[in-house]
Design a protein around this ligand. Structure first.
Ligand code: ATP
Length: 336
């Protein structure tokens, strides 16, 4: 839905919502700096959509976004807000938008955040008020259909790889089996990327049904027969519990795996260059989209370039894991 009656954009809101992702700050900075250069005021909405409900905001100027590029997390805080899922909750949010005089919003987050944006703009349109929202995909899960890449993935992957490299040093010395659970919610993008990068013996992902005997036990056996004495099994959180997988390995072949759940450590830390640079470009593009009268768009990447797509269309897209990556993993797994 593009702006039916374009009027100059004078003041915009920016928020971060859903799970935090390294690089969100770089996106906030890019939105604010791009907007200010165009003479647009910026209001930071704190704690995601709940900030609109609770009128929780801060003025943002050039100095508010200085020295945040290198920081993980988000200076605007983030939240999951059940009240925003209700009409009554969104009515309060709409009142805040009107009170602040917002001409547009940039929402940085995952698909839930964008579903919220769509619900808000539809409801606001019923009162004859037009409020465009542009989304920037930021989630370590990389599970947004309309974008090849989401901010935070690279940092989270590198954090997991660094942790697993450290684990490997001790596993190698003690000739042990390690089972490591990585994040990714319902998707295996992170686990497979990390698994390939650490040379895992086996990787379990939700997109592929697990045949425990073939996919885990036999791979460990073959690695052992090929001369390997330590094994690394990477489990996507959406594919099951690493603790359970560890128990099953013990029952099947008698070895005693050490289980590590990396958890929220993967969300922290200074964003990588890739996340900072992508976030900066996406933040810039989001403001350009608002200025050009576009409404309800999600910025994305395709073949390295930035795109923007209608929010409703974008949310209907499903992102499929490229299974050839699994074939690569299998081809490189040690064995006889
Ligand atoms: P991540 O991928 O990191 O979890 P996300 O943006 O998908 O990020 P969610 O918790 O799914 O995270 O969504 C963020 C917030 O968006 C929710 O807490 C809720 O306030 C709002 N939201 C999600 N879905 C809807 C919906 N269908 N209608 C209204 N609001 C929604």
């Amino acid at each position: 839905m593009d702006n039916p009656n374009p009027k100059p954009i004078k003041r915009i809101g920016v928020l971060t919502s859903g799970g935090d992702a390294p690089g969100m700050n770089a996106a906030v900075r890019a939105v604010v700096r791009t907007a200010l250069k165009q003479g647009i005021e910026c209001v930071g909405i704190r704690r995601g959509w709940s900030g609109l409900i609770n009128t929780d905001f801060m003025r943002l100027d050039n100095s508010s976004v200085s020295h945040i590029m290198n920081k993980g997390g988000t200076i605007l805080y983030t939240a999951r807000c059940m009240e925003f899922m209700t009409r009554e909750g969104r009515e309060k949010a709409i009142a805040t938008c009107k009170m602040l005089g917002l001409d547009g919003i940039v929402a940085i987050g995952g698909d839930g955040t964008f579903r919220g944006a769509l619900a808000l703009t539809r409801q606001i349109a019923e009162s004859g008020y037009y409020l465009p929202v542009v989304g920037i995909p930021a989630t370590i899960d990389n599970d947004i259909g309309c974008s090849n890449y989401t901010i935070g993935f690279d940092t989270a992957a590198n954090t997991a790889i660094e942790c697993i490299d450290k684990l490997r040093d001790t596993m190698q010395s003690h000739e042990r089996c390690s089972v490591v659970e990585v994040m990714g919610r319902h998707a295996g993008f992170l686990a497979l990327y990390v698994g390939i990068s650490v040379g895992a013996t086996a990787v379990l992902i939700p997109e592929r049904e697990v045949d425990f005997e073939q996919d885990v036990v036999e791979k460990i056996r073959r690695a052992r027969l090929g001369g390997t004495t330590h094994f690394m099994v990477v489990v996507a959180e959406g594919a099951g519990s690493a603790v359970e997988i560890g128990k099953q390995i013990h029952e099947a072949i008698g070895i005693d795996p050490r289980v590590t759940v990396l958890g929220h450590i993967q969300r922290g830390g200074a964003p990588t260059g890739r996340d900072r640079e992508t976030a900066s470009r996406m933040g810039y593009e989001a403001v350009q989209a608002l200025l050009s009268g576009k409404g309800n768009r999600i910025i994305g990447t395709k073949a390295g370039a930035l795109t923007d797509m209608d929010m409703e269309e974008a949310l209907a897209m499903e992102k499929k894991l490229e299974m050839y990556r699994y074939e690569v993993l299998e081809a490189l797994t040690p064995g006889i």
